[in-house]
Design a protein around this ligand. Structure first.
Ligand code: PLP
Length: 381
């Protein structure tokens, strides 16, 4: 069933983009696990859309279409993880290319980019892209083929002006890719701000139930060479998502706008409460007016600022770990964007990356915000 074009995200998501199953009439699309699809006596494909599961899958296409609609994109592509999506994007760059990446972003991205660029003979430069002048100067000087930013960033929650970053990248003759994971397509639509390719770890808020690993790339310029190269890479190198994962992802996405709305409201409440706590020395959340990126975030995000924030407690690693250890509702676990609240002491995980020992990263779930505040209150002591 084709839905009208002008629907809001909550309608597109709730109705899975109109994915009524025919002829059964089911309001939920089926999973077809087959890896191969038959031809008839004349050797014509019985369904011309389906040949082999590395090329085609109905449920992957349905899920990609819903994601593309939510993102305001022409096309979306699913990958088996966020990192697989980033790798597919970067693999389109030839030896000798120049990448300008935001510094202080998700450590897994930085680490992989550094290793990959060294191996491939790509010049990788890192810049604090939340500093608009520094980004502009780096683009003018380095003429990057690709600028890669993450906004809001993980775990610092820095915000980058996407429209400005796009104009810097384009003036230098390059493209802009945005990791929009912490915002989800509900709160931020980078393609509408001039970005060329938007990326998400769909493992996070898009799926929202901490039970699927997935990644997305989406574009509003499907004819661009980088996009056709990404598609060819996914097909030829085989980084495809399985049908069960795509099905689970679609199921999770049906409540995406509802979850994001609740998590964002609770995160703002909790971050505001923490800001006034005597044992908290700083809170990083773009929803707070005191945040240096608040004005940019308010301009380019709609409906909230997401589930992710970080805060610093008085003292060092021992004090932060003691707070984390006393929490009863927040699970001590990595990742973000799930319905259950999580905390992470990132300094323990990556001690040499400049994360302060007193920093606690929080992903706010859909529990009652008052219960979560009470848990933090008893843990802070
Ligand atoms: N980008 C960001 C901002 C992330 O937080 C993560 C994972 O934590 C990734 C990319 C990588 O995604 P995945 O774990 O799905 O490979």
């Amino acid at each position: 069933m084709t839905l009208p074009n002008d629907l809001k995200a909550s309608t597109i998501a709730a109705q899975a983009g109109g994915a009524i199953d025919m002829p059964s009439g089911g309001v939920v699309p089926p999973v077809q696990p087959s890896t191969t699809f038959v031809r008839d006596e004349d050797y014509a494909l019985v369904n011309p859309d389906n040949i082999y599961a590395r090329d085609n899958s109905d449920i992957v296409r349905i899920t990609e279409n819903v994601l593309a609609r939510l993102e305001g994109a022409e096309e979306g592509l699913l990958f088996p993880s966020g990192m697989a999506a980033i790798a597919a994007l970067m693999r389109t760059l030839p030896a000798g290319a120049v990448i300008l990446a935001q510094s202080g972003i998700y450590w897994g991205t930085t680490k992989w980019l550094r290793d990959f660029s060294a191996r491939r003979g790509i010049a990788l430069h890192e810049v604090d892209a939340s500093d608009a002048q520094a980004l502009e100067a780096a683009c003018a000087e380095l003429k990057p083929d690709l600028v890669f930013i993450e906004t809001p960033s993980n775990p610092w929650l820095k915000t980058v002006d996407i429209a400005h970053a796009a104009s810097c990248a384009h003036q230098a003759g390059g493209l802009l890719a945005v990791d929009s994971t912490a915002a989800t397509p509900v709160l931020q639509r980078p393609l509408e701000l001039g970005c060329d390719i938007v990326m998400h770890s769909a493992t996070k808020g898009i799926n929202g139930h901490s039970d699927v690993l997935a990644g997305v790339l989406a574009t509003s310029k499907p004819a661009a060479k980088i996009w056709t190269d990404i598609k060819a890479d996914r097909h030829d190198a085989g980084a495809v998502i399985g049908p069960f994962e795509a099905w689970l992802l679609l199921r999770g996405m049906r409540t995406l706008p509802l979850r994001v709305e609740r998590m964002s409201a609770s995160a703002l409440k909790i971050a505001t409460w923490l800001s006034a706590h005597p044992k908290v020395t700083d809170v990083y959340y773009p929803g707070l007016e005191s945040h240096p990126g608040h004005a940019i975030a308010a301009r380019q995000m709609q409906g909230g600022y997401g589930c992710l924030f970080s805060f610093l407690v008085e003292g060092g690693a021992a004090e932060a770990l003691a707070v984390v250890g006393r929490l009863k509702l927040f699970h001590r676990a990595t990742s973000l964007g799930g319905v259950e609240s999580l905390v992470e002491h990132r300094h323990t995980i990556e001690p040499h990356t400049g994360i302060p020992p007193s920093l606690i990263r929080v992903s706010v779930g859909i529990e009652d915000a008052g219960d979560l505040i009470a848990d933090l209150e008893q843990a802070l002591g």
